[in-house]
Design a protein around this ligand. Structure first.
Ligand code: ATP
Length: 582
């Protein structure tokens, strides 16, 4: 229960509903006790009349009616209270589930990029859905049935002992066995259903991957292999389901068997006691009802124990994520405006997970409003520089200064607000084109959205869609071409009018003519903006105030277009090659 303790704070939010639920449960259980008591009384009454001990038929009939009325009244009232109990406790568990999901989601949002590199999306999804629903079973049903069971026992067992102690003993003896048996069966059910879940998630992963890569599958004619792979996993999944069904089928027969055993004991021992004159005949039906009232809660002990164990395991997995402190922390509360000059001083970055030394003693400087272009082979560390400026990672050593202040001493929100970042892999949400562009600036007007799209040279494309800016994009914006996606992503960055613009190879999928147009537009709208352009093309870099060429995390050349051409190194070769290609 150590892990589940973390939920106590959440429970405290709903303490009145929970206390109300407990009181109502106790009241309803006490009321339900009247049924067996009065059934016993009716049998004794009829027996007395049959034996000639009571002869006044009118009095017997009126007693009978009174007893029946008490049974009906108490049962209706108990049912009403049970309804209220469920309303209170199950409804609270839904609120708690909602709260817990929000807490986890907010924590996911806080966590740094490195966390997402280390954990699989499926796992993140599972903890917020599967695990939370297991914990809800503890917060609602397990607690409700637990309280129900305890009060029922506290009420019925003394009543039984009070009425007939010997019979009570024999009736109660099989119940612990029932409880253990149900526990064993439900543990087995849990084991097998976990396997079923695993196979189901394999099946989902395979299908999801197949749908995402459908064009590759078709182009390589891989459909038969994919079908065979799916069939194999689906077959395994079916077998696991059959295994589960087999054990599940045991559950009810087992209960019926043990209830039957208790009933027979009541009739046999009770019958002998009636013959011996130790108890009244009405005690037998009274006890039969007690047994049936107790069986479900007893069976549930095993089930509830299992639910709590599963919730404990799930909460442990949830706590693992909740207890992680984000690697990137905002260390500054006060606002720190960002103008845009950037300096790297002997910056090194080693990625924790791969130990790749991506940047080695890197130093360079850009004044606010200037443009820097970064070129270099793939994997030389270009994107890493941009990620460090946005503090998606912290440097391993060295310092990055913005406006002369170390980046860690800037308010993280202010820093990120000052940056417009266009990643290499343009990501668009399943929303309208207009909203995707306005994502960078929530209160953007239609005119501003259009102006940004015009500057990113994508306005005409958007206008060609029947619904224009209202066109809804599919998952990952699949209805758009690569170049269109990149330009939308540029529009999203420039609409913010940030002080620092970071372009990560985001013109790679547009033709050189459009590239030229975009760069010209950018020059106009980003005159005072510090701009860093990462590219493989000289055409994107040539007009920059400063150009650096990276190789294996180090600067191998720096200067401007002319000085680098004169130097006759990597840049000059690249220029010559790319001029030839045109
Ligand atoms: N999140 C990460 N975790 C671990 N290693 C990484 C991570 N991102 C990049 N790397 C590694 O760091 C090195 C530099 O990568 P980076 O993406 O900065 O190169 P790049 O110059 O932008 O390459 P490209 O031109 O292909 O985009 C590469 O060896 C890469 O494998």
């Amino acid at each position: 229960m150590k892990e589940l303790k973390k939920l106590n704070k959440l429970f405290a939010r709903y303490k009145w509903q929970i206390i109300g639920g407990v009181i109502v449960t106790i009241a309803s259980r006490i009321l339900s006790l009247l049924l067996p008591k009065y059934v016993g009384k009716i049998i004794n009454l009829l027996n007395a009349y049959g034996q000639g001990e009571r002869t006044d038929l009118d009095a017997v009939e009126s007693d009978l009616l009174l007893y029946i009325a008490i049974i009906i009244g108490s049962t209706l009232l108990a049912a009403g209270l049970t309804f209220i109990m469920r309303q209170l406790i199950i409804v609270v568990s839904r609120h708690l589930e909602y709260d817990l999901k929000n807490i986890i989601y907010q924590q996911y949002q806080r966590l740094s990029l490195s966390f997402y590199k280390q954990n699989r999306t499926g796992d993140l999804m599972n903890r917020i859905s599967e695990d939370v629903s297991k914990v809800r079973m503890y917060m609602g049903p397990a607690i409700m049935y637990g309280i129900n069971m305890i009060t029922l026992f506290a009420v019925i067992v003394p009543a039984m002992i009070n009425t007939a102690p010997t019979l009570a003993f024999y009736t109660l003896v099989p119940l612990p066995f029932l409880s253990v048996a149900i526990y064993v069966v439900s543990r087995e059910i849990h084991k097998r259903s976990t396997l079923v879940q695993q196979y189901l998630s394999n099946l989902n992963t395979i299908s999801q991957e197949a749908f995402s890569g459908i064009s590759v599958i078709k182009a390589y004619n891989l459909a038969p292999q994919m079908n065979a792979q799916f069939e194999q996993v689906a077959n395994d999944s079916k077998n696991k389901n059959i295994d589960l069904a087999r054990v599940q089928a045991l559950f009810f027969p087992l209960m019926v068997l043990l209830i039957g055993l208790s009933n027979i004991l009541v009739i046999y021992i009770g019958g002998r006691q009636v013959i011996a004159g130790e108890i009244e005949v009405g005690t037998i039906p009274e006890f039969l009802i007690y047994v049936n009232m107790l069986t479900w809660p007893v069976a549930i002990v095993g089930w509830v124990t299992n639910m709590i164990q599963q919730a404990e395991a799930s909460q442990k997995r949830i706590n693992q994520f909740l207890d992680i402190e984000p690697q990137i922390q905002n260390l500054v509360e006060e606002t720190t405006p960002v103008a845009g000059s950037i300096e790297f001083k002997n910056v090194n970055l080693v990625y924790d997970d791969t130990d790749i030394h991506a940047l080695k003693d890197l130093s360079f400087k850009i004044k606010a409003g200037q443009t820097l272009a970064i070129l270099g082979k793939t994997g030389s560390g270009k994107s890493t520089i941009l990620e460090l400026i946005g503090r998606l990672y912290d440097v391993t050593n060295g310092v990055i200064e913005i406006d002369g202040t170390p980046i860690r001493d800037l308010n993280l929100d202010d820093l990120r607000k000052a940056i417009g970042y266009v990643p290499q892999d343009a990501f668009l949400f399943s929303d309208t084109i207009g909203n995707n562009i306005a994502f960078g600036k929530k209160d953007a007007s239609e005119e501003e959205i259009e102006a940004a799209a015009k500057n990113a040279v994508v306005h005409k494309n958007i206008k060609n869609f029947t619904l224009g800016y209202q066109t809804v994009l599919g998952e990952r914006g699949i209805t758009l071409s690569g170049g269109q996606k990149q330009r939308m992503s540029i529009a999203r960055a420039i609409i913010k009018t940030p002080n620092i613009l970071l372009f990560d190879d985001c013109l790679s999928a547009v033709d050189t003519e459009t590239e030229e147009q975009i760069l010209n537009n950018l020059k106009k709208v980003t005159q005072d903006t510090t701009t860093i352009i990462v590219s493989h093309r000289v055409s994107s870099a040539k007009n920059a105030d400063q150009i650096i060429v990276l190789d294996d995390g180090k600067i191998i050349e720096s200067g401007n277009h002319h000085s680098l051409l004169e130097a006759g190194g990597y840049y000059a070769d690249l220029y010559a090659n790319q001029m030839l290609e045109q």
